[in-house]
Design a protein around this ligand. Structure first.
Ligand SMILES: Cc1cc2nc3c(=O)[nH]c(=O)nc-3n(C[C@H](O)[C@H](O)[C@H](O)COP(=O)(O)O)c2cc1C
Ligand code: SF4
Length: 494
C-alpha cells in the first residue's frame, strides 16, 4: 500500500472514556431517524467485505458468525458488505442477483436480530462492478490475449505478417520497445491487467449500462426488502460502476457523462427505480465519495452538489467514504488483479498509522462537514454518515456536536473490538481493544482471503466451537467479552 512520504508514525489516542451516565446523555448514543425507521444510537458499522461467502456468493455459517459477532456489540446499524447485484462469478463475495439468494440473506437478518436482541438495524450494500482481469504473464499476454490490428502492422512496418507472426515478434521484444507499438490500454493490459471502464463505448454492454443498471439495482433492493433488511445502501463509492459514472473522469457522450448533471443522471435513475420498487417507506441511501483523490476526479465542488442532488431525490441517508480508486492503484504482481486501495486514493480510503502531518484519524471530517452543510443549506435534513479513523468516544461525539455528521461510522475499530459500542455505553470503555490502524486486515482483503484482526485472530484458540480459517491458524471472529453484569438491566432506561 502507498503511504505518505513523511512516514510519521501515529498512535491511536482514544482519550477519556465516559461513565455510563455520560454515555447515556451523549449524542452518540441518542437515536436518529433514517427515513421511516429509527436507529437507537448514532453508531454505524460501514460495509466491510470479509470474504466468507461460498464461491457462488451464498451466505455461509462463517458469514453468520461474522455479522452475529458485530451484532453482539449492539451498534445502531450494521451495513452488510458490498453484495453483487449480478449473478456473475466473483469469488467468495456475497451476491443478491437472483431470488435464490433470499433464504441465506433471511438467515443473516435473523442472526443479527437475535444477537443484537433486536437493537441493531441491518442494511445491505448493493454493488455493481465492471470486468477486471489479473495481471497476465507478459509472454501469454502477447502470444494469446492481445488483439492484433492494422495499427500494430503499421507500427511494425511489415504488412505481410499474419497475426501469429506479429504476436511472436512482439513476444520477442524488450518491454521498453513495446511502448512505441502498443497503445495506452494495451500497455495497461500488459502491466496491470485488463480493466473495463464506463467510457468503453466500443463495448455494447457498457453502452447498455443505462438500460440495465436501474433494473438490476431495483431487483436487488426488492430482494433485500423481502429478506427482511431494514434498508439498502447503494454502493456509489470507490472504484466501481456508479462511482465511475459520477466521476469527472466520466466523459461518456451519450448524455450520461461530461457535465455534472449528465454524470448524475444514471445514479439518479437507479435510485428512482429502486424507490419505485421498494416504496417510499423503505430506507434507501447511498455511499459515495467525499473526494475521488485522483487526477481529474471529483472534488468537493462536485461532491457537495452531488449530496444536494441525492437529498433532493429523496435518499434517506448519505454515507461518505473517500478515494479508493483504480486510477492510481499500484502494479499488482503477475497473476493478481489491481486493487483500488494501493495508491494515494486508497490511502485516503483506509488511512494507515504511518502517515503525514495530518495523521490517519478523521481525514474525512472536513469534506463530509462541507457536504453536510451544503445539504442543510439546500433545505434537506438527510442524515450524513461520517467514517474514517474514528476510535475514541470524544472524537466520535465531537463529530456530532460540531455538526460535522449525524452518524459516526466505525469500520476497523469495530473489527478490532466489536463490543466497543456496548463497552462505552456500559461505562467500560477502558476495556476497549483499540485499533492500531496497521491495515493487516486490509492486506487480507486485498488477497481475497478471510479478513480478521491481528489483535485477536490468534487469541484463545482452544475456545470451544469457534470457527477458524481452513488451515486452522486463525480464528474468524473476536473472542467473547464477558461484561460481568446483566446488560439489559444495566442499560434499562437509557
Ligand atoms: C477489510 C475491509 C473491507 C472493506 N469493504 C468495504 C466494502 O465492502 N464497502 C465499502 O463501502 N467500504 C469497504 N471498506 C471501507 C470501510 O467501510 C471504511 O470506509 C474504511 O475502512 C475507513 O473507515 P475506518 O477508518 O473506520 O476503518 C472496507 C474496509 C476494510 C478494512
Ligand atoms: S488488523 Fe485490527 S488493528 Fe490492524 S487495522 Fe485491522 S482492525 Fe485495526
Amino acid at each position: 500500500m502507498w503511504r505518505p512520504p513523511e512516514r510519521i508514525k501515529w498512535k491511536p489516542e482514544p482519550g477519556e472514556w465516559p461513565t455510563r451516565e455520560e454515555a447515556a446523555a451523549s449524542q452518540l448514543f441518542s437515536p436518529v431517524d433514517i427515513g421511516t425507521i429509527s436507529l437507537e444510537q448514532r453508531t454505524w458499522i460501514p460495509a466491510m467485505v470479509p470474504w466468507r461467502a461460498t464461491g457462488d456468493g451464498k451466505v455461509t455459517p462463517e458469514v453468520l458468525d461474522w455479522y452475529g459477532r458485530f451484532a453482539r456489540g449492539r451498534p445502531g446499524a450494521i451495513v452488510v458488505e458490498a453484495t453483487g447485484i449480478r449473478d456473475i462469478p466473483s469469488g467468495p463475495l456475497m451476491r443478491i442477483g437472483t431470488d435464490e439468494f433470499i433464504p441465506g440473506l433471511k438467515d443473516l437478518v435473523d442472526t443479527v436480530r437475535t444477537e443484537s436482541g433486536g437493537h441493531t438495524k441491518l442494511f445491505i450494500q448493493c454493488i455493481d462492478f465492471l470486468n477486471i482481469r489479473r495481471r497476465p504473464d507478459p509472454q501469454r499476454y502477447l502470444r494469446e490475449y492481445i488483439r492484433i490490428t492494422d495499427r500494430h502492422r503499421t507500427a511494425i512496418g511489415d504488412g505481410t505478417w499474419d497475426d501469429d507472426q506479429i504476436r511472436e515478434y512482439l513476444a520477442g521484444l524488450e518491454l521498453s520497445e513495446l511502448d512505441t507499438i502498443l497503445n495506452e490500454r494495451e500497455l495497461e493490459g500488459l502491466h496491470m491487467g485488463y480493466r473495463e471502464r464506463v467510457t468503453d463505448m466500443h463495448l455494447p454492454h457498457i453502452v447498455d449500462l443505462p438500460n440495465v443498471l436501474p433494473g438490476l439495482f431495483a431487483d436487488a433492493a426488492g430482494r433485500a426488502k423481502e429478506a427482511g433488511f431494514d434498508g439498502v445502501e447503494l454502493h456509489y463509492a470507490h472504484a466501481y460502476t456508479i462511482s465511475s459514472l459520477l466521476s469527472r473522469l466520466n466523459t461518456r457522450e451519450d448524455g450520461y457523462g461530461g457535465s455534472l448533471g449528465n454524470r448524475l443522471r444514471l445514479p439518479l435513475e437507479v435510485f428512482a427505480k429502486v424507490r419505485e420498487t421498494v416504496g417510499t417507506d423503505y430506507p434507501v441511501g447511498c455511499r459515495y465519495l467525499s473526494e475521488d483523490i485522483v487526477d481529474g476526479g471529483n472534488m468537493l465542488e462536485d461532491t457537495t452538489q452531488i449530496g444536494v442532488a441525492f437529498a433532493k431525490a429523496g435518499m434517506d441517508f448519505l454515507s461518505l467514504s473517500r478515494g479508493g480508486r483504480f486510477e492510481d492503484a499500484q502494479q499488482p504482481s503477475v497473476g493478481a488483479a489491481a486493487y483500488p486501495y494501493t495508491g494515494p486514493s486508497g490511502y485516503e480510503c483506509m488511512p494507515q498509522y504511518v502517515s503525514d502531518d495530518q495523521g490517519p484519524f478523521g481525514r474525512n471530517i472536513e469534506p463530509v462537514a462541507a457536504i453536510r452543510s451544503a445539504v442543510r443549506d439546500a433545505g434537506y435534513e438527510t442524515p450524513v454518515v461520517m467514517t474514517g479513523g474514528i476510535h475514541g468516544f470524544q472524537q466520535a461525539e465531537g463529530v456530532l456536536t460540531d455538526g460535522n455528521g449525524d452518524i459516526v461510522g466505525f469500520a476497523r475499530q469495530a473489527l478490532a473490538d466489536p463490543d466497543w459500542f456496548l463497552k462505552v455505553r456500559l461505562g467500560k470503555g477502558g476495556e476497549n481493544i483499540v485499533c492500531e490502524y496497521t491495515n493487516y486486515c486490509e492486506a487480507l482483503d486485498q488477497k481475497h482471503v478471510p479478513v480478521t484482526c491481528k489483535l485477536w485472530d490468534r487469541a484463545n484458540m482452544d475456545e470451544l466451537d469457534i470457527l477458524k480459517t481452513t488451515d486452522g491458524k486463525r480464528r474468524l471472529s473476536a473472542p467473547v467479552w464477558e461484561p460481568g453484569l446483566d446488560i439489559d438491566k444495566a442499560l434499562d432506561g437509557d
